[in-house]
Design a protein around this ligand. Structure first.
Ligand code: HEC
Length: 195
């Protein structure tokens, strides 16, 4: 083989190997689109609020395989999460630390909108002594004129308000809760699939 041909072959092999390692192999791992798809509309706005408030500093969105931890046994997902479940998402808040539970499927196990509103307003009304900060700035305190607004929070005990006031979620809290409800990365119907 002549020098230029050998050089050409070398270049082809080097680019080919790089391409298959960095492009082709990851693409084959992606597979078809995930079950839920990327959040859209209000839930997508909520995803940005989730990121901006640093929720990912305490919560992951990754269900580990059964042989690498107790995530599945804890009910955080019927199987491990795989790359298709994050496809087309602008922000993928995988998280690095778990001070709180994994949220990859929280929308599937917690379905009560009011429960989320209470949690974000004051986590300790639900989990006494919780480490989770309260996100009261996502709510508005407005005067109570006659009957409370339909989505006013039922606050009592440590979160009770001065008489004549009520607390309602701001659009940011609504979007964040829509996002949390949309988090159903591994639907239970898939439980029979490989873990
Ligand atoms: C400092 C750590 C921390 C941060 C930051 C944090 N959380 Fe939490 N979160 C927790 C802990 C710990 C729990 C578990 C409840 C408990 O025992 O305190 C929890 C529980 C939850 C739950 C209930 C999960 C379940 O399976 O029951 C949800 C939903 C949640 N957090 C959402 C959020 C969102 C949304 C944000 C950001 C706005 C956030 N958290 C920020 C620590 C945190």
């Amino acid at each position: 083989m002549t020098e230029p041909k050998r050089l050409l072959l070398g270049i082809l092999l080097a680019t080919g190997a790089g391409w298959s390692l960095l492009v082709w192999m990851p693409l084959t791992k992606l597979g078809p689109a995930g079950p839920g798809g990327a959040p859209f509309g209000r839930a997508a706005v909520g995803g940005r609020i989730y990121a901006a408030n640093g929720c990912a500093s305490c919560h992951t969105q990754v269900v580990r395989p059964a042989n690498l931890g107790s995530d599945i046994a804890r009910g955080w997902g019927a199987r491990r999460t795989t790359p298709p479940e994050y496809r087309e998402e602008h922000i993928v808040p995988l998280g690095v630390l778990r001070l709180g539970p994994d949220l990859a499927n929280v929308g599937e196990r917690r379905t009560d909108v009011r429960w989320y509103y209470r949690l974000l307003y004051d986590p300790r009304t639900i989990f006494p002594g919780s480490l989770m900060p309260s996100y009261r700035y996502l709510y508005a305190r407005v005067p109570l004129l006659g009957t409370p607004l339909p989505d006013a929070l039922p606050l009592a005990g440590r979160a009770a308000l001065a008489p004549g006031f009520q607390v309602v979620p701001r659009p940011e809290a609504r979007a964040l809760v829509a996002y949390l409800l949309s988090l159903q990365r591994v639907p239970p119907a898939e439980a029979d699939q490989s873990q």
